[in-house]
Design a protein. Structure first.
Length: 590
């Protein structure tokens, strides 16, 4: 009992953040007030109709019905229909506005969250928060809010009128209220649990779909369709199971409420018939009683739906609030980088991810301005993590990275990243045209001349000019319509157009064939001129001419110098270089 009481208090406690979140979207109070006023007016009209019916039954003759009464009745019905329609539309408008504002906040937040957030949260779940969870809130406001308020008014008005007509009959009828509550409350709690599970399962299924469909080529190349079908089938089965449970509860609510209504009707008809026979009640009053009874019983079911939807909305907003409370990147605080053509000093930097495994351990080195520094070493040695720290995707656990004498945290994030050009191994593209991809992230207007010059320096103009639509060619999702070499050259053109002072190349040629690699290397030479360049490479042939090579091994620097110096002094570097040169010789011989 104590646990149940605590659970109820916890759920009631969730109402406050839910309503605070709704109020933060600044819904139109005028529209809500007008909509609720219309709903109340509609309900008040419906409360008058049984009294009109009572008089009609008690004194029914053709001569007693005047033309004015018929006109008034028709006007009342038409006004009721118009008011109801306006109320539904206005509440729907408010609901859609709240959801749009919530989605806007969420979208802005998701773009401001650091990379570490996405390391720990699956994309599909995040998408589900954005679409499904906000939709639940909309359903509550646009579909259930009006019925809740009008239901309260209908019940209060009906009971007050019935007490005035015949208090004995009213007390007899009110026996059904605690009976209805006893049925609906436990079923409502059960529906809350089911709805919350259904939301979680929907988020999980969205994750599976997003993961599989975004990597459909990997799925097909691996003959993994049967495996993914089974995973998806399991998610569908879970959704089906929760849907059935929801249907079972709904299937119990409707018949039980119908049963209560029928029993009550029989009791009222029997008891009311006796009172009509004794003359204590007129036939018209009995008809009015039955009509008011319907106006009391029907809102009870609407209350159940409202509280079920409210619990679902509270569960959904718990997750939305949790996302909105996540710490985000601050893009504006700090100084503007006036000159990035300064040495970058990595000083005693250590870093580990949340699992506690140390990735970088007390790393120190200097990247000279305008020179090429290469980071080499076996996989898992921390090369890409080092890049992420320089880009400020993460913060070091200890140590500092400086630009000249200033810590890079002293500069605003937007300003710092604007000075960096990044070309990765995958060279990711967005779905859109080649032009949109080259100009991606550039806020200023890019002229046609600038665009073509960047493409020419990246040696991308060669294949772009051969395409039927040129720069307006659609690249497909993640650039699937282009080859690896073409994607790399577009990535280099994008970096050239940004005109960065700091250049970061992450395995930029490792996945290319020899012919593409030669073209991309030429493009990279154009890109690297006069820029502070940091290169990650597995192929030592691409970095032998670097001004300095840093050998990273298990998160520690074990060697630093030129190619010749490391070849003489570093055993593992010499071994890797010898193996790769031997392989290169064999390729040339064949």
């Amino acid at each position: 009992m104590r646990e149940q009481s605590n659970d109820n208090r916890a759920r009631l406690g969730n109402w406050r953040p839910f309503f605070q979140l709704i109020m933060q979207t600044k819904p139109s109070k005028l529209k809500i007030a007008v909509a609720l006023f219309m709903s109340v007016a509609t309900t008040l009209v419906s409360l008058v109709i049984p009294l009109f019916t009572k008089d009609l039954v008690d004194s029914f003759t053709l001569s007693s019905i005047s033309q004015g009464q018929i006109v008034l009745l028709m006007i009342a019905f038409i006004a009721q229909a118009i008011a109801s329609g306006l109320s539904i539309y206005l509440l729907n408008h408010v609901g859609q506005s709240i959801v749009a504002a919530l989605r806007d906040r969420l979208w802005k937040k998701l773009l401001a969250l650091p990379v570490s957030y996405y390391d720990n949260h699956r994309t599909g779940e995040t998408i589900s928060r954005m679409t499904n969870d906000t939709g639940v809130v909309k359903g509550l406001i646009s579909e259930h809010l009006a019925s809740f308020f009008t239901g309260i008014i209908a019940i209060i008005g009906s009971v007050a009128t019935l007490l005035y007509l015949d208090w004995q009959m009213t007390l007899t009828m009110l026996i059904a209220v605690p009976l209805s509550v006893a049925i609906l409350v436990p079923l409502g709690r059960q529906m809350y649990k089911i709805s919350k599970g259904l939301q979680d399962e929907t988020a999980s299924f969205t994750t599976i779909m997003n993961q599989v469909l975004s990597e459909v080529r990997l799925v097909k190349a691996s003959n993994a369709e049967p495996h993914e079908y089974e995973a998806g089938k399991k998610g569908i089965a879970n959704l089906f199971r929760f849907g059935l449970k929801e249907g079972q509860v709904q299937a119990m609510i409707a018949p039980l409420m119908s049963f209560v209504l029928m029993v009550l009707l029989v009791v009222i008809m029997g008891y009311g018939g006796m009172r009509v026979a004794s003359g204590a009640l007129s036939a018209g009053e009995l008809v009015a009683f039955i009509l008011y009874l319907v106006q009391i019983i029907m809102p009870m079911g609407q209350f159940t739906q409202f509280f079920t939807q409210l619990q679902k909305a509270m569960g959904a907003t718990e997750r939305i609030i949790a996302t909105l409370e996540e710490p985000e990147e601050d893009h504006e605080s700090g100084r503007t980088v006036e000159n990035a053509a300064l040495p970058i000093v990595v000083e005693n930097v250590s870093f580990s991810y949340e699992n506690g495994e140390t990735i970088l351990d007390d790393v120190s080195f200097t990247i000279p301005a305008g020179k090429v520094s290469a980071i080499v070493g076996p996989s898992g040695s921390g090369k890409t993590t080092l890049f992420s720290l320089v880009e400020r995707f993460y913060k070091p656990d200890s140590g500092v990275i400086r630009l000249g004498s200033d810590p890079i945290e002293a500069f605003s994030l937007a300003s710092w990243r604007s000075k960096i050009g990044y070309v990765s191994q995958e060279s990711p593209l967005i779905a859109g045209t080649i032009r949109e991809n080259i100009c991606y992230g550039i806020s200023r207007e890019v002229t046609e001349e600038e665009l073509k010059q960047a493409a020419a320096m990246a040696y991308a103009d060669q294949f772009i000019d051969e395409l039927p639509d040129g720069y307006e060619t659609q690249v497909g999702e993640r650039g699937v319509k282009l080859s690896g070499g073409q994607r790399q050259r577009i990535g280099i053109a994008r970096a050239l157009l940004r005109d960065p002072q700091i250049l970061m190349l992450d395995e930029a040629t490792s996945s290319l064939d020899s012919k593409s690699e030669i073209i991309v290397q030429k493009a990279l030479q154009n890109l690297m001129k006069g820029r502070t360049t940091l290169v990650i490479a597995h192929r030592l042939s691409t970095v032998v001419d670097a001004d300095q090579i840093i050998f990273l091994e298990n998160g520690k620097i074990t060697g630093m110098g030129t190619h010749e110096q490391l070849f003489e002094s570093h055993d593992m570097y010499r071994e890797l270089a010898s193996q790769q040169l031997l392989v290169k010789e064999r390729v040339q011989l064949t």
